[in-house]
Design a protein around this ligand. Sequence first.
Ligand code: ADE
Length: 228
Amino acid sequence: MRFDIVTIFPEFFDVLDISLLGRARKSGLIELGVHDLRDYTHDRHRTVDDTPYGGGAGMVMKPEPWGEALDSVLDDADDPLVIFPSPAGDVFTQQMARELSENAHLVFGCGRYEGIDHRVFDHTASRARVKLVSLGDYVLNGGEVAVMAMIEAIGRLVPGVIGNPASLVEESHEAGLLEYPSYTKPAVWRGIDVPPILLSGNHGAIERWRHEQQVERTRRVRPDLLDE
Ligand code: ADE
């Protein structure tokens, strides 16, 4: 799977060198291209923003550098999906991560300031599939943190990235439920026992207990998930 990111803060993504995704990149399961939007400007100050038409607070990202940067990423791409992180997008979920992981090539455009000139979305949509995606109902300073979260959630679903794929099936949100609580040795820690059922060796009973824990936890913390 290939990810391309257009941003004014390319160094933000240096952390993708480490951990699970770093290993996936070294082994070739994931390819990453990070592109500095300012490389597509032509003035001395490498300007990427300007005042909004119609007035108002803040600055808007200029269309020309975006057009050239996206041309450079998209020109030879085969059916890419372009994602613009935005609080005005569809909310990112595990289900969306799963669907997005089925694409061979995702391109992320990280907006800053008051956003990107809207013509960039329209023009990009005339040549590629485009999606606006929100991390949640709050406002970030730009798309970079949202893209980091999305790449981590999507990248770990790429076959081979996680050593034991069974761990993907059991985790929170995969069955519409939150995860059950986990314990390891020692059996007693600071006077607190591990639930005795987990030491019983009765795998059927353990499975039932874990499922009850998932349902109880979901009902308490996220009843909206049960309604769905
Ligand atoms: N950019 C600013 N806020 C955002 C959010 N909540 N999700 C995605 N991108 C954003």
